[in-house]
Design a binder for this molecule. Structure first.
Ligand code: NOJ
Length: 764
């Protein structure tokens, strides 16, 4: 559609009537006219009514208007990728854009919505998307840290809060949850996901969708979820972002795809493709993923958005010679919306007109996008998410900050605590040292939405408040810069005058997240030397780590008495850490990812296969077994690991039966007791191992977990149900079914939990 554009002086005057005109064109005149108040009662929820509205609109659209709905453009100022400068206003006003990303705030989303509504012929509202990854303004711990809480309701609640804030700032669609299983800590985006395990990953994926979409997409306090990155992005070779992936279909289906399915089953209606190529076909042109698996096998009815320019990247991926071919490949594979790529906008009309591609795909794609807009109530009130008063009231509510603090407490993992170095005595004089002890921005981690450093409370501030200013001597010690030892003397002097050193070390926030990968997983800069210098004072040394990935901690562990893994704990990170360090709360996090001893062990994960020549973990290296000359196979810290200030004991573990019929269920019961002297939470973890199968079976697989809070001396009964469907796995022919056979069962506080029994799954 090419219509002369009004100049922008005249544009604004015409804005107010835009939405009302849209309703008239849609034949929706019975609905209330556009207004800024909530009109949820008029928003259709009946699928038949929604479909009828979508069909009626589709029937009125020209080819160019339909293609416009498939185009998503980014604001120039908040771009999250390489961007070309174009005249955005012209594009939006002419109806050549159906969605925008990185437009933030009630005022700005209203401004752009007005531009779309006042000038485009059909006045179809824009859909505003944004990366709401671990909070919008109230920043929760980074996602890998949240996973360490194993607290599914708390994670769901964090997304409910994120949705409430984001939707009040005009955002209708979150580019989350990121559900990529990651087994390589070199990859910077491991920080954004839930770690290495598919079972835990599925539970978290579904919780995040429930949290975002709350009581329904017709509500103004929800955001539409977008599960990403489809698929196997976490398997990039050598842990280098955007790199190639080669994943056998059996592993893809067993390990990488289930969290996507879990998110879709929980109601996610949009999917973002991954940047990587998968087994030779980039995900943006991968009809196996998008057509066969997503649409045919899973019955997905929503829409698929590309990643940032990922359609045009089919050219450097070497499967498209030019933009036109890239367009054809992505469109035919089933990518519906082109994020900041301009490929559909440039080439799709020509391809359809020349009959090179079918227009049937187009109607399906446009319908799915329009359906989302109808469901979000945008045709009833296009400004319902752009309400400045609601925006002001929604941010940083005290209850949101409290939820962020509690999740931060639960996400921290105590990895070492010799001789009761922690908790600190309330009377202790503490030397608080390190580049992360007082850095508000680093607390937020990567992909921190609209989180502001000025909202975040550092450990220095919180600990000073808790212990008193005369009990905390702060010295930065060093920055992250190689060679910077300028603060060593002051840090050592502070240590000498104190009872205990708390060294807050790790990676700066920009060492993880998109495009931020590493080959060395040690503490950057002079931090190892600073730690040695502090250790040499003879004072007890507690390390608090902030980092976006598992690090190699051998030297760090050797030079400290206690180590608390804090990831990036978010806006309320300081108060959470102060409570943990002083014992007001006992650490309860458990690793959602294995910590290697050495980079050379990567990929290392708990649910690996045995090989035909397994090296027993508890024996010295045996020649001709699967091992290394220089480092044991075992990790520094296994998946599921984490200490507490109290202690727990599992007892009376039993299985309800030695056999499980194919149509039956088996119960695993046990008693969990807090046997220590403090209140605390334990994450009880149930693992199984199938001893033989038609394809090799992992040494262990997580099949259940319970996070239980117990007062000192208290105990509780645990119960897990195992059904044959829980034991299903992908076979060589890609069917997914349980196989009769013998199983071992393990129960305890980490993935090295002891065996508590065996059972046989009986044939049908
Ligand atoms: C690229 C990232 O891969 C994706 O996760 C994100 O949603 C988009 N950029 C938009 O910012």
């Amino acid at each position: 559609m090419t219509r002369p554009l009004p100049r922008f002086g005249t544009l604004r005057a015409a804005l107010r009537c835009g939405a009302i005109a849209a309703l008239a064109l849609l034949g929706l005149s019975a609905l209330p006219a556009a207004r800024a108040t909530d009109a949820s009662a008029a928003i259709p929820t009946d699928p038949a009514v929604i479909d009828a509205q979508v069909s009626s609109l589709l029937a009125q659209m020209t080819l160019e208007e339909k293609i416009g709905q498939l185009v998503q453009v980014s604001s120039l100022s908040n771009a999250t990728g390489p961007i070309e400068r174009t005249n955005l206003e012209e594009q939006v006003a002419s109806g050549q854009c159906g969605s925008m990303l990185n437009i933030i705030g009630a005022a700005d989303t209203r401004k752009w919505q007005e531009i779309a509504l006042s000038h485009s012929r059909l006045k179809i509202p824009l859909l505003f998307g944004y990366d709401v990854i671990h909070g919008y303004r109230t920043i929760f711990p980074m996602n890998l840290g949240q996973a360490a809480s194993w607290d599914i309701p708390a994670i769901e609640q964090s997304e409910r809060i994120a949705a409430t804030e984001a939707s009040a700032a005009g955002i209708q669609w979150a580019f989350a949850p990121m559900v990529d299983i990651a087994r390589d800590p070199r990859w910077g985006r491991i920080a954004e996901g839930s770690g290495e395990d598919t079972f835990l990953g599925c539970a978290i994926a579904a919780a995040r969708v429930r949290g975002f979409q709350g009581g329904g997409l017709d509500r103004t306090d929800t955001v539409m979820a977008c599960v990403k990155h489809f698929a196997a992005y976490g398997a990039v070779q050598a842990g280098r972002d955007y790199n190639t992936t080669d994943v056998p279909e059996i592993t893809l289906r067993q390990v990488y795809l289930p969290p996507f399915k879990a998110a879709i089953d929980a109601g996610a209606q949009t999917v973002m493709v991954a940047f990587n190529d998968l087994n030779g076909v980039p995900c943006s042109a991968n009809s196996f993923l998008l057509d066969q698996v997503l649409r045919r096998e899973w019955g997905f009815k929503g829409f698929v958005v590309s990643d940032w320019k990922s359609i045009s990247q089919l050219i450097p991926h070497t499967i498209a010679a030019d933009g036109r071919q890239a367009c054809l490949l992505a469109y035919n594979a089933g990518v519906d919306m082109d994020m900041e790529g301009r490929i559909y906008q440039t080439y799709l009309a020509g391809l359809i007109r020349s009959g090179k591609v079918s227009s049937a795909h187009l109607d399906r794609a446009v319908s799915a996008i329009l359906r989302a807009k109808v469901e979000r109530g945008l045709f009833v009130d296009p400004y319902r998410f752009s309400d400045p008063a609601r925006e002001k009231a929604a941010m940083l509510r005290p209850s949101s900050l409290e939820a962020a603090r509690v999740l931060a407490e639960e996400s921290c993992v105590l990895l070492k605590n010799d001789a009761g170095a922690l908790p600190l005595a309330r009377t202790a004089h503490v030397a608080l040292v390190g580049p992360l002890a007082d850095s508000a921005r680093d607390l937020l981690g990567s992909w921190a939405g609209q989180g502001r450093a000025s909202d975040a409370v550092t450990l220095r501030t919180a600990l000073t408040k808790t212990l008193g200013a005369d009990h905390v001597a702060y010295a930065e010690g060093c920055s992250f810069k190689p060679g910077d030892r300028s603060g060593f003397d002051a840090a050592v002097a502070a240590a000498r005058k104190s009872d205990v050193v708390v060294a807050v070390l790790g990676e700066p926030w920009y060492f993880s997240g998109e495009g931020n990968c590493r080959t060395h997983l040690d503490l950057p800069g002079e931090q190892p030397a600073l730690l040695r210098a502090l250790r040499a004072t003879g004072k007890p040394v507690v390390v608090v780590l902030m980092n976006g990935r598992p690090l190699v901690l051998g030297d760090t562990l050797a030079n400290c008495d206690a180590l608390l893994e804090a990831w990036y704990p978010g806006t309320q990170g300081g108060p959470a850490l102060a409570k943990l360090l002083t014992g007001a709360v006992s650490p309860s996090g458990k690793l959602p990812v294995t910590f290697p001893r050495d980079v050379g062990q990567i990929p290392i994960f708990y649910n690996h296969m045995t090989t035909g020549r397994p090296q027993p973990d508890d024996q010295p290296r045996i020649q001709y077994k699967s091992n290394y000359l220089d480092v044991p196979n075992t990790p520094q810290f296994p998946f599921g690991y984490g200490l507490s200030y109290t202690s727990f004991a599992f007892s009376n573990a039993r299985l309800s039966s030695p056999t499980l019929p194919m149509n039956g269920a088996l119960t695993v019961t046990a008693t969990l007791a807090n046997t220590g002297s403090r209140d605390g939470a334990e994450v009880a973890q149930l693992y199984i191992r199938q001893l033989w199968g038609s394809v090799t079976r992992p040494v262990r697989e997580l099949k259940g977990f319970r996070r239980v809070m117990l007062r000192k001396g208290e105990s509780t009964a645990l119960s897990f149900t195992l059904r044959p469907s829980d034991l299903a796995f992908v076979h060589s022919d890609m069917t997914n079914a349980p196989e009769p056979g013998r199983f071992e069962v393990f129960l305890g506080g980490d993935s090295k939990a002891p065996k508590i029994g065996e059972f046989t799954l009986l044939p049908r």
